[in-house]
Design a protein around this ligand. Structure first.
Ligand SMILES: Cc1cc2nc3c(=O)[nH]c(=O)nc-3n(C[C@H](O)[C@H](O)[C@H](O)COP(=O)(O)OP(=O)(O)OC[C@H]3O[C@@H](n4cnc5c(N)ncnc54)[C@H](O)[C@@H]3O)c2cc1C
Length: 432
């Protein structure tokens, strides 16, 4: 293992398989001294770096700071599944906000998917894209809703890439008897998230964005039409600012902190499954119907990358791989003794309704995050849309701004204990 692969994120547990396989991961300098610019960005995940890239490309002067290294947050450590649409099925969103807005959000997510794939191609970022995704039901009783989901996608939302799978096909594609039906989506796929991050940082820097690692914002305030950000490396003064810290917001900005809650999610990578050609033989990624979703897929080199266990406290489990192994064995009993070569975790930013949080939290300062486990394509796109709103090119970000995202009851201080109770209940319910 190289030194680089052994880098331990200061904000997330474990060294990921992505780190071991992302190739060269260049470092960027820390901020050293004061800066002034048009737009300052706090947080260097997909959201922040896409905004920085799009702004710099348009000739806007932009300074971005990242508290750790690019990829140490969720963007470099996630499950890599793009999915389709929003976090909820369109018919569920439709019940809340009606067909027209639901369709607009669905189309926006399709735009996000195409943007990301084109972005990677245009900038020669090889992010190991593999096509195919399956949403699968862990209870027999879900058959009707899965069937209808594929029909609604096709006939109400014009999405022709998804179709229902019966029990036999689902089990054959998964190589597991634990699921009873599913929807096969050939219009999406999965990626190596850290390879995308490494490429994105390079592209943003090449476009002229001033990007800094190991530089933490400690305070942000607005006065007299200017934004001032105190950081560990100097002060930044800007006309506008974007807070793109998602689950890692801490106590930097209270409105964001009371609307986005961090939930720990953990992933394990097994040794290559050479002796199990029946498992995910088509190479699709999988997300299941549990409230505490299990998500898994095979890597390009044939490992099972399995994510699932969530924790609602700030603590990390002592041995991540032990929990992951138990969940893998439930689905794939033949893998009960498989070696887990890498195990890691990260924080997913969720909101109360599990829809993205986009809000102007003080004049000139926008905060974006809370993609609720569906942020790989949406965060990239929201960063771009934020930049386009600044330069007056598009108002599409307003579709997210207009979503009704309430604060967690009791604000930042109470959200964890209350949510812990609620989510523990849902996790229990998944079992019966
Ligand atoms: C284990 C896991 C699995 C996931 N799987 C999937 C999946 O399969 N599909 C999917 O769509 N989504 C998934 N997600 C969610 C997805 O990764 C996120 O929605 C997305 O990466 C959010 O990007 P971001 O740029 O908004 O936030 P992040 O990538 O988390 O970046 C925020 C950055 O802000 C920095 N920061 C915070 N505070 C400060 C400060 N004060 N000063 C400077 N910098 C600061 C942090 O260090 C961090 O790097 C998963 C997430 C996790 C953790």
């Amino acid at each position: 293992m190289t030194l680089q692969a052994a880098w331990q994120s200061p904000i997330a547990p474990g060294i990921s398989w992505y780190q071991a396989t992302s190739g060269e991961r260049p470092t960027y300098p820390a901020l050293d001294g004061s800066k002034s610019c048009d737009v300052a960005i706090v947080g260097g995940g997909y959201t922040g770096l896409q905004a920085a890239y799009t702004l710099a490309k348009a000739g806007v002067s932009v300074v971005l700071i990242e508290a750790c290294r690019f990829g140490d947050g969720a963007s470099g450590r996630n499950g890599g599944q793009l999915g389709t649409g929003q976090r909820w099925w369109p018919e569920e969103i439709e019940e809340k906000i009606g067909y027209e807005r639901s369709k607009a959000l669905f189309d926006l997510a399709e735009g996000a998917k195409h943007y990301l794939l084109d972005f990677a191609t245009d900038h020669q970022i090889d992010m190991d894209y593999m096509p195919g995704q399956m949403n699968v039901a862990h209870k027999r009783g879900y058959k009707r809703s899965y069937y209808e989901n594929a029909e609604i996608a096709a006939f109400r939302y014009g999405y022709r890439h998804a179709r229902f799978m019966d029990e036999e096909e689902t089990q054959q594609r998964l190589g597991s008897k634990r699921y009873y039906c599913g929807v096969l989506d050939t219009g999406t796929g999965h990626i190596h998230p850290l390879k995308l991050m490494v490429g994105l940082a390079r592209v943003a820097a090449d476009a002229g964005a001033q990007i800094f690692e190991m530089t933490k914002a400690t305070a942000i305030r607005q006065s007299g039409g200017k934004i001032t950000i105190d950081t560990t490396g100097g002060q930044i003064t800007a006309d506008r600012a974007l807070i793109a810290c998602d689950a890692y917001i801490g106590n930097l900005e209270p409105v964001t902190a009371s609307h986005i809650m961090p939930i720990r999610s953990f992933i394990g990578a097994t040794a290559p499954l050479d002796d199990h050609p029946d498992i995910l033989s088509g190479g699709e990624a999988v997300a299941d119907s549990r409230f505490v979703v299990r998500y898994f897929r095979k890597s390009k080199d044939g490992r099972l990358l399995f994510g699932g266990r969530e924790a609602y406290t700030a603590d990390n489990p002592r041995d991540i791989s032990q929990h992951i192994r138990r969940q893998i064995a439930e689905i794939y009993p033949a893998l009960k003794d498989i070696e887990i070569t890498h195990a890691w975790g990260g924080s997913v930013g969720i909101t109360m309704p599990r829809e993205p949080f986009v809000r102007e939290v003080m004049p000139g300062v926008t905060s974006i995050g809370g993609y609720s486990g569906h942020g790989v394509m949406l965060s990239n796109y929201c960063g771009k849309l934020y930049a386009e709103s600044v330069i007056g090119k598009s108002a599409d970000l307003d579709q997210f701004k207009s979503l009704d995202i309430p604060a967690f009851p009791g604000g930042a201080a109470m959200r964890s204990p209350l949510l812990f109770l609620a989510l523990t209940w849902f996790a229990l319910r998944d079992k019966f």
